[in-house]
Design a protein around this ligand. Sequence first.
Ligand code: GLN
Length: 544
Amino acid sequence: MSEKQTKFIFVTGGVLSSLGKGIASASIATLLKHSGKDVSMLKIDPYLNVDPGTMSPLEHGEVFVTEDGAETDLDIGHYERFLDISLSKQNNFTTGQVYSTVIEKERRGDYLGKTIQVIPHVTNEIKERIVKAGEGKDILIVEVGGTVGDIESLPFLEAIRELRGQLGRENTMYIHLTLVPYLKAAGELKTKPTQHSVQELRRIGISPQLIICRTEVPLTKELKLKLASSCGVDNNSVIEALDAPSIYKVPLNFLKQDILTPICEHLKLPKLEPKMDEWKNLVKNVVDPSKEVTIGFVGKYLELKESYKSLTEAFVHCGAHLDTKVNLKWIDSEKLENTPCEAEFCEVDGILVAGGFGHRGVEGKIEAIRYARENKIPFLGICLGMQLSLIEFARHVLGIKDANSVEFDKDTKNPIVYLIDEFMDASGQKQLRTHKSPLGGTMRLGAYECDTKDGSLLQKVYGAKKIVERHRHRYEANPAYREQFEKNGLIISGESDGLIEVAEIKDHPWFLAVQFHPEFTSRLKNPNPAIFGFVKAAQNHKNA
Ligand code: GLN
């Protein structure tokens, strides 16, 4: 254990899900961080999956990948984007992980013959993980997934309740996020759901000390006082979370309501004065930009844009630094299989082909890449988008008509993208991967170094000889075709330990196809260089 006593803020949610608990938690963390505190965050997910890696993007939105290769909840992405820090697998855990560990320990005989129960064995495991995630930090914000009242959340709530006794009152604080709905017909804001949700929390033994109310309509002073009194919190401890024009504005909205005062009072911290000037400027550019640019976003999961969360946020970051609104024109890749590309792309300034899995929509993506290459439109291909860029080039420039990836045609005669069954992971351990490998956790995951070629576009946008980016894929570019590619104008400009990472096209103003996912390292204060370069190129294309 480290010397420092970490303080813990637990954020629970009530009434219903999707109220933006992740954003509210990250916003509080942002204010604390800008006050000079060393802050970290933890998300606890009540579902039984070990991680969200095997969940469909339609089910759970994006799977966010940490530097150390954990497949996590998309809220971890928000935390990194707000705090400009890299988190690890310690910063997200699920019921599935907790139970796996407890059962493993039981099988090993670690519990010395005891009967294993939710309390204390499961709750102890939860508490240990929370305390560990906070080690060495000034403050850990713990977001408890789910909604108070769910069966699945109970062990977590019990654990955070017990932690107060263990860690001390001045080291723990409970914040509850609820909804204050506006009833149009009555012309009134309703406080009852909040009161009930707080009562439910109390029944479990947790009295929240601060209430954050999601609302479409501003709360009057009277209503805040009424809520404070009925929920048993101090008068300064009801904070309104009005729908905001940008998620990055939420910390500023909280600050205006002086949210740090009750937090400091409860955690016995001296007054905090966050320095938010730079943040304010960026938010101003997001909310009220003076320029605009349009990117054609070719993807497959367009019904649920949450599955591209990091990418869409990365465009917001770039826009904030360029004082530009980045409009995304969503283009369903399957549609491109039977409509001409011109119809879809005539008004875009850049074309993006995003990552993805499975065969559906692949031919449409290849058409989009061909269009961008032939018409010299700025192009960024990510992961599957990179693999398809190679296939497109092989088919239409090298004339290898049946060029394919073994992901789509296991017996293809020209596997431009193939499966290598043995590789070294980032920790230097040998990994095996075959067609029969189970889907969970068998991908190349997390951060790997990549060497950039001198004089390449890649090296120019990153301004570095070595870069580090995160991965989440199973297939690789096949080096057998490298010579043919290079002879015909495709440059391999990035390599990672012998693996082909980045391709670009010689006679093209801006064409970058990357095997990694640049969007995972983009933050509001620090946009990702590849995506930033792409947006700038699109701007130039527009103004040309
Ligand atoms: N399906 C491809 C692979 O597994 C690409 C994955 C992705 O785009 N994330 O390699």
